[in-house]
Design a protein around this ligand. Structure first.
Ligand SMILES: *Cc1c(COP(=O)(O)O)cnc(C)c1O
Length: 505
């Protein structure tokens, strides 16, 4: 039984806070708790400072670091910005070149683009189709003026893991600092900053059952001088991140790391089983692609693309599960997932991708629920897919074939849009003389396209040739509540009807 709908399969976006974490946070808020300012010299302050110290040790322990190498921040976005902007600006007199990857999180891409406007040069590597960055490709991109390389540990869309140790070795040999965004790796796979050989590493609490709005940047001892702060103030966090420490956030982050460290081996095995179960349930659909299949991946993230299915319609039909998709409607950009595009997936496969991510509160029944929902929806949409050419009689309904064979009626087809466009619509009409006797449609498109095509198709029976096309796409949009910006999708419907008329002479 699923306790709550929709089933939450979006742990890579954020996790619920563990109840033990909530308890630790609550103890730092009220008059009877550890509410003091950790910078104050009195007992309230020293109690808060002790709490912060404990949290710092717990966070450090998760990644094999020393407590004094942890700089608390507001999350991985800030940590990434501090590492990238801070290192570039602090070393601008040594060199103004950085290397990163096209599949990084937006906070790395945007920090990098900002540096480019400041006059820095950045080489953006394209990973191999598996998602992996080859150490040789990184080595080839390094220049004498390279000051920083930033490569994420685990990708947030695909779960693909990079061989950080190998990449960092390339950098160490050339005297280049290395930063890794480990927001998706921490808590899912063991992270040891010494084994990885990184100077900087970003973490965030809300991807491992801690609260939102807190994270950390690991700064290797001796690498502090390689960073310039982004903000100025009271000198906290070695001057790298001044401001009163949010004791409750840090206490929660600390306990979250402690639990993650303790539960990692068993939890990773459990989530890996879920991933295998999900894939075993979806692969038999055929035309399914596991993104990043050729690479090592974190357990608990599975990204699958479906052939012959339109992304927005797929998501619209999956109201029972909460997950992320590569469809453009899922983001503020008109382009589908830049991560999957960088791995060479075409537009349709990037748009039709679903990212399933499991976590601590996922049950096997949730996985099975998702398998059934997706199987059902993909089959439903594919039944509507106009991908096969409409034969003169090949796939006609039995009644039609009979009527057409009798000579009294005939079948006309018309297509609009295309397989590489947003919409693709085909109508099939059974016509007798000047009248439509019956109509069918197939469509590949957004929910608006599907809905409008179905509505129009239902209205076609009984129409004469002269009135086959009633109204314009603008009128249909108004009648069906299609937003103006989606109006363009409906032109494929009009084109398909026109093509029918051309055959119906
Ligand atoms: C979530 C995430 C971030 C951003 O973390 P915030 O704490 O939300 O700022 C950065 N990088 C990756 C890989 C992420 O998954």
């Amino acid at each position: 039984m699923n306790a709550r709908l929709p089933v939450y399969l979006d742990y890579a976006a954020t996790t619920p806070v563990d109840p033990a974490v909530v308890a630790a946070m609550s103890a730092c808020l009220t008059e009877s708790g550890t509410f003091g300012n950790a910078a104050s010299g009195h007992l309230y302050g020293t109690a808060a400072a002790a709490c912060v110290r404990g949290a710092r040790e717990q966070v450090a322990a998760l990644i094999g670091a020393a407590a004094d190498e942890i700089v608390f921040t507001s999350g991985a976005t800030e940590s990434n910005n501090l590492a990238i902007l801070g290192c570039a600006r602090a070393n601008a007199d040594r060199g103004r070149h950085l290397v990163s990857v096209r599949t990084e999180h937006k906070s790395v891409l945007d920090a990098g683009r900002h540096l480019e406007r400041e006059g820095f040069a950045i080489t953006w590597l394209t990973p191999e189709p598996s998602g992996v960055v080859a150490p040789a490709a990184l080595a080839a991109a390094l220049r004498p003026d390279t000051v920083l390389v930033s490569v994420m540990y685990a990708n947030n869309e695909t779960g693909v893991l990079q061989d950080i140790a190998a990449l960092a070795t390339v950098c160490r040999e050339r005297g280049v600092a290395f930063h890794s965004d480990a927001a998706q790796a921490a808590g899912k796979v063991p992270v040891d900053v010494h084994a990885l050989g990184v100077e900087f590493l970003s973490l965030t609490a809300h991807k491992l059952y801690g609260p939102k709005g807190v994270g950390a940047l690991y700064v290797r001892r001796g690498a502090r001088a390689a960073l310039q702060a982004l903000t100025y103030g009271g000198g906290q966090e070695r001057g790298l991140r001044p401001g009163t420490l949010p004791t409750h956030q840090l206490a929660g982050f600390g306990v979250a790391c402690e639990i993650a460290r303790r539960e990692l081996p068993a939890e990773a095995a459990r989530l890996a089983r879920f991933g295998e179960r999900l894939w075993a349930g979806l692969a038999p659909l055929g035309g399914t692609h596991l993104n990043g299949a050729g690479a090592p991946r974190v357990p608990g993230i599975l990204n699958v693309s479906f052939e012959a299915v339109e992304g927005e319609s797929l998501v619209a039909g999956l109201t029972g599960i909460a997950l992320s998709t590569g469809a453009a409607c899922n983001s503020d950009s008109p382009e589908p997932s830049y991560v999957l595009r960088a791995l060479g997936r075409d537009r349709q496969l990037a748009e039709s991708s679903l990212r399933f991510s499991f976590g601590r509160f996922t049950h096997e029944t949730d996985v099975d629920f998702a398998i059934n929902a997706v199987r059902h929806e993909v089959a439903r949409l594919r039944a509507c897919y106009p991908g096969l050419p409409a034969g003169p009689g090949g796939d006609l309904p039995p009644g039609w074939a009979h009527e057409a064979a009798g000579g009294g009626a005939r079948v006309v087809n018309g297509e609009g849009g295309g397989p590489h466009q947003d919409s693709w619509v085909r109508f099939q009409l059974l016509v007798a003389g000047d009248t439509v006797k019956d109509a069918r449609f197939k469509a590949f498109g957004c929910p608006h396209t599907m809905d409008t095509a179905a509505w129009i198709c239902g209205e076609l029976s009984g129409r004469a040739r002269a009135t086959l096309i009633s109204g314009k796409p603008q009128d249909w949009a108004r009648a069906r509540g299609v937003p103006v910006e989606k109006l363009g999708r409906l032109f494929a419907i009009e084109d398909a009807l026109r093509a029918c008329l051309a055959q119906w002479v």
